[in-house]
Design a protein around this ligand. Sequence first.
Ligand SMILES: CC(C)(COP(=O)(O)OP(=O)(O)OC[C@H]1O[C@@H](n2cnc3c(N)ncnc32)[C@H](O)[C@@H]1OP(=O)(O)O)[C@@H](O)C(=O)NCCC(=O)NCCS
Length: 144
Amino acid sequence: MSTIFEVQATDPLMSEVYALRRRVFVVEQGVPEELEVDDDDRRAIHLAALSDGLVIGTLRILLHDRAAKIGRMAVSASSRKRGVGRELMEFAAATASRRGADEIVLGAQVTARGFYERLGYSAEGSAFDDAGIPHVMMRRKLQR
Ligand SMILES: CC(C)(COP(=O)(O)OP(=O)(O)OC[C@H]1O[C@@H](n2cnc3c(N)ncnc32)[C@H](O)[C@@H]1OP(=O)(O)O)[C@@H](O)C(=O)NCCC(=O)NCCS
């Protein structure tokens, strides 16, 4: 089991969050290193899933008025398919709702579309490229 909590952008734990993102997006998926961390990281709400003191999952939430955008969803390769991604997404939806959002949007990697569909997200529009990876926009309304 993992524990999920918010990590402030200035928290020392952020270096572990960035290390996980680097392993997943840069090393595993080939995203250019210079695109992986961006200015939005400074104002995002970051979530970390911790197990045995290690960060095994993360995502970030960007609030834009009534819409929250989730991004940088990553679970370490050895911890996948055990519900960590789902737990992070549910925690994120509750966090966004509490902060006044009434919907969540995200750019899903096409290979992860089924993961988000299981969580109530619907795809819209056609696929687009982001950092060399095909994505599709997805949306879910939040109940308040
Ligand atoms: C996509 C990712 C975050 C899923 O995390 P996870 O912890 O393995 O997901 P969970 O175990 O919580 O899965 C929840 C459900 O989604 C399903 N699922 C997981 N990954 C899936 C995928 N890629 N496609 C379809 N369904 C998927 C699971 O089987 C599970 O189904 P169930 O409820 O019927 O049992 C993880 O595989 C990952 O980090 N991948 C690499 C980075 C990435 O692609 N991030 C997404 C960027 S948009």
